[in-house]
Design a protein around this ligand. Structure first.
Ligand SMILES: Nc1ncnc2c1ncn2[C@@H]1O[C@H](COP(=O)(O)OP(=O)(O)OP(=O)(O)O)[C@@H](O)[C@H]1O
Length: 263
């Protein structure tokens, strides 16, 4: 697996249908770092992630591994909240093999790689199952294996555990922490969940309420892995982030209240 790549944004703005979604975002993420984007609903977290994936154009400069982003690329893998991206007619093994197959990787080699990453995500026992035969947590592991097999230097995750029940989510968070340490990819992870951000991230970037959302604060989480939410250090950071996000959520509610009055 190649080491992670750095991500650099300079004065990045994103406009969709004439509306400025995010504005003037400058940040640097180090190679191999795990960063969470946290912010009120609708502020533009997914939009920013999609821009790094190369799905939408931006104003300003956006570089991955020092190279300007001009569109999607194999160096960046995306894991979505739901598992719609999986092919239901292919087995777990065939789903993971798909990327290397379209890149023309020889059958023995791609099968070996697919098995390796299925083992890494804890699905070694389920390689012949179809997505519909897997639980929600297993399908998310499969999505992760499907991304890892392409050996991306950056993994972009958009609330990947948002649809899972609380217990499965907790297991998946610890699994992702382990997988990240095994691969050392750079990870950008979008979440609403402060606890999840604290369990996983080296740094958390909080965002302001949109439109024209910006980075509000950057909080470093210098706690040993695997982390425990009940650790006093984690609780203190939780409070700090909760107050920070709470302020932004209140702004959204005030905006909505004003709209209701003027309607
Ligand atoms: N394709 C699109 N067309 C029009 N507006 C869009 C489009 N994509 C996003 N938006 C708008 O951009 C804003 C940011 O959306 P985005 O999904 O990035 O927010 P988010 O922070 O990820 O939200 P959530 O946490 O609820 O998923 C929203 O106001 C949304 O309506």
């Amino acid at each position: 697996m190649p080491a992670g790549a750095s991500i650099d944004l300079e004065g990045v703005g994103i406009q969709i249908s004439g509306q400025k979604i995010v504005s003037d975002i400058s940040l640097s993420i180090a190679a191999g770092e795990f960063v969470c984007l946290l912010g009120p609903s609708g502020c533009g977290k997914s939009t920013l992630l999609n821009a790094i994936a190369g799905f939408i154009p931006v104003e300003g400069r956006l570089r991955v591994g020092g190279r300007e982003i001009r569109g999607p690329g194999i160096d960046r893998g995306v894991v979505f909240q739901n598992s719609d991206a999986l092919f239901p007619w292919l087995t777990a093994l065939e789903n993971v093999e798909y990327g290397p197959r379209i890149r023309g990787v020889d059958k023995t080699e791609r099968r070996k790689a697919a098995r390796h990453y299925l083992e890494l995500v804890g699905l070694g026992h389920a390689i012949d199952k179809f997505p519909a035969e897997l639980s929600g947590g297993m399908r998310q592991r499969l999505q992760i294996a499907r991304v890892l097999v392409n050996e991306p230097s950056v993994i972009l995750m958009d609330e990947p555990f948002g649809a899972l029940d609380a217990q499965t989510r907790e297991v998946m968070q610890h699994e992702l922490d382990r997988i990240w340490r095994a691969t050392r990819s750079t990870i950008v992870f979008v979440t609403h969940d402060i606890g999840e951000a604290i369990l996983l991230a080296d740094r958390v970037f909080t965002m302001t309420t949109g439109p024209a959302a910006r980075i509000k604060a950057i909080v470093s989480i210098d706690l040993p892995h695997p982390r425990d939410e009940t650790d006093p250090g984690a609780i203190a950071i939780h409070r700090e982030l909760r107050d920070d996000i709470g302020e932004e959520v209140s702004k959204v509610l005030r905006q909505q209240g004003l709209r209701e009055k003027t309607a």
